[in-house]
Design a protein around this ligand. Sequence first.
Ligand SMILES: NC(=O)c1ccc[n+]([C@@H]2O[C@H](COP(=O)([O-])OP(=O)(O)OC[C@H]3O[C@@H](n4cnc5c(N)ncnc54)[C@H](O)[C@@H]3O)[C@@H](O)[C@H]2O)c1
Length: 374
Amino acid sequence: MRIGVAKEIKSDEYRVALTPAGALELIGRGHEVLIEASAGVGSAFEDAAYEAVGARIVDVDEVWERSELLLKVKEPIAPEYPRLRDGLVLFTYLHLAADEGLTRALVESGVTAVAYETVETDDRRLPLLAPMSEVAGRLSAQAGAYFLEKPLGGRGLLLGGVAGVAPGRVVVIGGGIVGYNAAVIALGLGAQVTILERSIDRMRHLEEILSGRVTLLMSSTLQIESSVADADVVIGAVLIPGALAPKLVTRDMIRGMKQGAVLCDVAIDQGGVAETSRPTTHSDPVYFVDGVTHYCVANMPGAVPVTSTKALTNATLPYVEAIAQHGLAEAVARDRSLARGVNVVDGRITYAAVAEAHDLDFVPLEDVLPLSPV
Ligand SMILES: NC(=O)c1ccc[n+]([C@@H]2O[C@H](COP(=O)([O-])OP(=O)(O)OC[C@H]3O[C@@H](n4cnc5c(N)ncnc54)[C@H](O)[C@@H]3O)[C@@H](O)[C@H]2O)c1
C-alpha cells in the first residue's frame, strides 16, 4: 500500500503521525511511504531520517493526491478540505461529533475516515487516546509543581519539601489514566498525594499498583470540598464518557483554597471540573481566580511533541500495519476495535453518535463493509 504522512498545519501542532522507526517497519513489509517535506521537524525528525529508512519526501500535493492511506494527527482543517477525495482512507484524530463543517466535508468528498479516538476495545478502552492521557497526566503534576513557584504567582512552596520541611499536598480528582499518571509523577517529586475516585474497583486497583503510597478517598461533594481546601495542587482528571465533565469544584470551593495554590484542570477538553475553568493555551497557560492559579491548557501533549509523537505512534502503528497489510475492509473484519474507529465510508456516516450530533443519515458499518473475516 502507498502510505502518506501529511504535515500538520493547525497552529501549535508539532506532532507527526509516523516516526522513522514506524516508516521502516512499513517499508520492511513491502509498503511505500511518502512523507510530506518537514512533516517530522516539530518532533525532531528531519526529512533525512525518513529518507535513511527508505521513505520518499514529497510535497503537499503529492502526499494528498497519491496516498492510498493518509496518516495525520489532527483533523483536517478548512484549507485541507479541498484535498479530501474519493478513494482515500484517512486515519487521524477527527472528533466529528463536535465539528459539523468537517463532517459534511468528509461526507461530500467521498473519503473514508477512521478516527483514532473512536477505536475502542471490547472492554471499552480507547487505546489511541490513552497515550495522550498518560502524557497529559504526567505533565499536569510537573505544571502544578512549576506554578507553585512564587515568581509565577504561586504559593512559593517546593512540592517535594526538604528534610525537616513537609512536602506539598496534591489532590487528584479522578483516578483514571490521567489521574494515575499525575499521581506517579507527583509521588516521584516527593508530594503527598490523594486521589478522589468514584469507582471502588478502580481504587482497589490503584491501591495495589501504587503500593499504598497514595491516599484513596471516595469522591463526594463534601470530600472534594475538604480535600481541595487543604491542597497545594488540585488536578482535575475526571471523565464521564460522551459527556461534559461534571462541575465538581464550585466557585465557593475555589474561594476556600489556599492563596497561590494551583488548579490543573486536565479535563478542560470536556469543559473542566471547576466552575471557574476556561481553556488556555501553551503561550498563555494560566490565569488567576481568587488567588488560585488556573492551568487549563486544552492540548497539553502539544507541549512535548517529541514524547507525544512517539507515544501516539507506538499505539497507532499496529493499526496502520493492519490496514496496510489487509486493506481497510479486511482489517476491520478482523478487528472489532478498529471497526469502531470507522466514522465515514465513501460519503456515508457509519458512526451513530456523529450522525446523531449533526442530524445526518447513519448507515451501519456492516451495510457498507463486510464485517465477518474474509
Ligand atoms: N487537556 C489535555 O490536554 C488532555 C489530554 C488528555 C486527556 N484529557 C482529559 O482528561 C480527562 C481524563 O481522561 P482519562 O483518560 O484519565 O479518563 P479515564 O476514563 O481513564 O478516567 C476518568 C476517571 O474519572 C473517574 N470519575 C468519574 N466521575 C468521577 C467523580 N465524580 N469523582 C471522581 N472520579 C470520577 C472515573 O471513575 C475514571 O476512573 C478527560 O476529560 C480527557 O479528555 C485532557
